[in-house]
Design a protein around this ligand. Structure first.
Ligand code: CU
Length: 130
């Protein structure tokens, strides 16, 4: 009788151990590669202040997914590119804003800040798509 209880106890302990190992194995696996799309996005961080962008020239290949991170360090700005119908929201620095678009045509396209007269004051640059 004593022996029977011991055997069932060991059996139960073994089952728990196996379950724990299987459980642990699944949870230690890295998450599925669901960020593949993210890695094919060409990301540019552009610093904005009164009244310029840095860098003022960025390059991409036709078909690239382009992500612009506007790092506005000072003033009220946005980042706009008409030809790709893309713009960030207007933000008061220090703040960041983002926009993503597909560079689906080649050429040199001017981007700019659409706030007030900032564009005319030199707050612009070029995206060159090759
Ligand atoms: Cu501006």
């Amino acid at each position: 009788m004593q022996r029977k209880i011991l055997v069932s106890f060991i059996l139960a302990a073994a089952i728990v151990l196996v379950a724990a190992v299987i459980f642990g194995y699944y949870y230690s696996q890295p998450p599925a590669a669901n960020n593949v799309q993210e890695s094919s996005v060409k990301t540019f961080t552009l610093t904005a202040n009164n009244f310029s962008f840095a860098p003022s020239e960025i390059r991409a290949q036709k078909g690239d997914r382009v992500k612009i991170i506007l790092d506005n360090v000072d003033g009220f700005h946005d980042w706009v590119i008409d030809e790709f119908n893309a713009k960030t929201s207007k933000v008061q620095g220090p703040a960041k804003a983002e926009v993503e678009f597909t560079a689906d045509k080649t050429g040199t396209f001017e981007f700019y800040c659409s706030v007030g007269q900032h564009r005319q004051m030199g707050m612009k640059g070029n995206l060159i798509v090759e």
